[in-house]
Design a protein around this ligand. Structure first.
Ligand code: GDP
Length: 591
């Protein structure tokens, strides 16, 4: 064979035969001679594929590794500040983009009706009665300009986004029913919006109702810090009837005005790899996974390789929100994509990387890290994700009790548990059963819900399940305090110590362009590419640092187990001799 064949990823017997330009049967036979029974559709790992090809007389070229170190995926900051997504872009590349709008408010105040009404009145090229598919977002035209709406039921996506710091929306429409006024979820929604740094427009809905009382709502809004423009404040309040379609045009006009007032913030760089956030994803039995993504920065193209949370894939096909096939999508565009092997979670960020192979490696690394760091669920034992205020961490608590008289002694005792490093923050202390609203607040603020003499109702229980919020109930005060004390001590800065996980003996040393590679045999335990290592010669420790590369044959691998050979290079160190021992260790938490 004159031209070497390059193999760089696992492939099926059929695919290998195609690459070798040979018959699949010949490959199966060769595999059998090596003691491997495989059918034509079976996937061979890279080592086996190379071995069998060589066995068949082919020359297999060493595939150049695409990377030495896995690059950081550029999916934008996970930080609370939405604007950081655009701040680092070159100023001359920034261009205006459509505002992204979300609709929030108390249940039954008319969010869904309003979203539907906006869709119906403003979508021009839609035949009447056409089937509207909901993909979690849509776009409308007003004054020849585009507005993107996030169209997800209730709070879900917004909470998920907020928790992951994705902060999808530029403008939030707070829907308040004129006959009902500000209700618990209205206040909660307001907290979400403020925390997300989005601009607010109030839709004073159900204005058609006989018992509508706008003045009452105005003053409630003012009390909540939203001084209506009508009162000389800065918050636009638009009267709407989502049911009758009145006030919709005005609402859209206001959205554009708010957009223009914040023009310098509602920008993006279309001329780069896309980054953004998952709006929703579903598994369709026929199509596989379809995911709705919101492009926040850059331009997303068909064929792009994506890392989405812990899912890697290539975009096979892309559609706009009306189901029309598109090849590329710029900032603020919602798109539905096909090609992901698994469903990502709403609120997960995505970034584009150079190849599918690279995407898979990054995801593997993330999964490995996750496996090492325990479940992602927020629980007392796992220690809540720690909010850092300087060097002080706080543990957020929502406290519900059966009687008023219990609240104060408990909050006082909780305060006594505060120490130099950790502070317990009681976000809400109230009487009554644990409700869904308590859980929503807990989800958004990463709090635990404590019940004293009370239980969660069904809605709260279900919500806690879906939002991964922990609810703990007690009947005895000291048990509650005991648990909290443990949580607080668990939040103290962790102490790490080195724990040896494997040993490898250097059997041969190879010189390569960039330094030395130690050909090793793993004596016991395992070698992990992410681990740290010491180089021992006799009893002397010569070096300590990071493993740079770990290979089996020509392949970069994450792990090599006892009894196998591998090539190891050490970061910035080349004085390696035959007979040296490489001791591999990891820093593990001991408290
Ligand atoms: P959501 O829970 O906030 O999504 O509220 P919905 O959109 O489901 O609306 C709840 C109820 O209020 C439904 O019966 C709607 O028909 C009704 N509704 C919504 N908007 C209006 C409105 O502007 N006027 C009147 N009269 N009813 C409305």
């Amino acid at each position: 064979m004159s031209n070497p064949i390059i193999l760089d990823e696992p492939l099926t017997v059929r695919e290998l035969a195609e690459r070798l330009d040979n018959n699949p049967i010949a490959v199966i036979k060769a595999l059998m001679s090596m003691g491997v029974m495989a059918n034509i559709n079976q996937t061979l790992d890279l080592d086996t594929a190379i071995l069998v090809s060589e066995e068949m007389g082919y020359t297999i070229a060493e595939a150049e590794p695409e990377f030495e170190e896995l690059p950081v995926v550029d999916e934008g900051p996970a930080a609370p500040d939405r604007m950081r997504l655009y701040r680092d872009e070159p100023k001359d590349k920034l261009a205006a983009r459509p505002p992204v709008v979300t609709i929030l408010g108390h249940v039954d105040h008319g969010k869904t009706t309003l979203l539907d009404s906006i869709r119906q009145t403003r979508v021009v090229d839609r035949e009447a009665g056409g089937i509207t598919q909901h993909i979690g977002a849509y776009q409308v035209q007003k004054q020849g300009r585009t507005i993107t709406f996030i169209d997800t039921p209730g709070h879900e996506a917004f909470t998920a986004m907020r928790r992951r710091g994705a902060r999808g929306a530029d403008i939030a429409v707070l829907v308040v029913a004129a006959d009902d006024g500000m209700m618990p979820q209205s206040y909660e929604a307001l907290d979400h919006v403020r925390a997300a740094g989005a601009q607010i427009v109030v839709a004073l809905n159900k204005i058609d109702r006989e018992n509508a009382n706008p003045d009452r709502v105005y003053s409630e809004l003012a009390d909540a810090g939203l001084i209506p423009e009508q009162y000389g404040g800065e918050t636009p309040v638009v009267s709407t009837s989502a049911l009758q379609g009145t006030g919709i045009d005005e609402l859209l006009d206001y959205i554009l005005i708010v957009n223009d007032m914040n023009q310098e913030e509602i920008v993006a760089n279309p001329d780069r790899d896309a980054q953004g956030v998952v709006i929703e994803s579903v598994i369709d039995p026929r199509q596989g996974v379809t995911a709705t993504l919101l492009v926040q920065n850059g331009t997303l193209k068909q064929g792009d390789s994506l890392v989405v949370g812990t899912v890697a894939g290539r975009i096979r096909a892309m559609f706009d929100w009306q189901g029309k096939r598109i090849k590329s999508a710029g900032p603020s565009t919602p798109v539905q994509i096909l090609g992901l092997p698994d469903a990502p979670s709403a609120g997960d960020r995505f970034g584009v990387v150079a190849s599918n192979k690279l995407a898979r490696s990054i995801v593997e690394e993330r999964l490995a890290k996750q496996a090492g760091s325990g479940p992602a669920r927020i629980t007392l034992e796992d220690v809540y994700r720690q909010l850092q205020a300087g060097s002080v961490k706080s543990l957020n608590v929502i406290l519900k009790a059966d009687v008023d008289g219990s609240l104060e002694p408990i909050t006082d005792s909780l305060k006594e548990l505060n120490n130099k490093e950790v502070r317990i923050e009681v976000l809400r202390a109230d009487t009554g059963a644990i409700s869904e609203s308590d859980v929503m607040l807990a989800a958004a603020s990463e709090a635990v819900v404590l019940g004293f003499g009370v239980e969660p109702d069904r809605g709260a229980r279900e919500r806690a399940e879906s939002e991964n919020v922990e609810i703990r109930t007690y009947n005895i005060i000291y048990q509650l305090l005991d648990d909290m004390e443990r949580a607080v001590s668990g939040m103290l800065d962790p102490v790490y110590e080195p724990v040896t996980i494997g040993k490898a003996e250097v059997r041969q040393v190879f010189s390569v362009r960039r330094g030395k590679i130690a050909g090793c045999y793993v004596l016991d335990g395992k070698v992990l590419r992410n681990a740290k290592a010491r180089l021992l010669r006799g009893r002397e420790e010569l070096w300590e640092g990071d493993i740079e590369t770990l290979r089996r044959f020509t392949d970069d691998v994450r792990e090599v187990a006892q009894g196998f050979e591998c090539g190891i290079s050490l970061k910035g160190y080349n004085d390696i001799e035959e007979g040296d021992i490489i001791e591999v260790y990891q820093m593990e938490r001991v408290n």
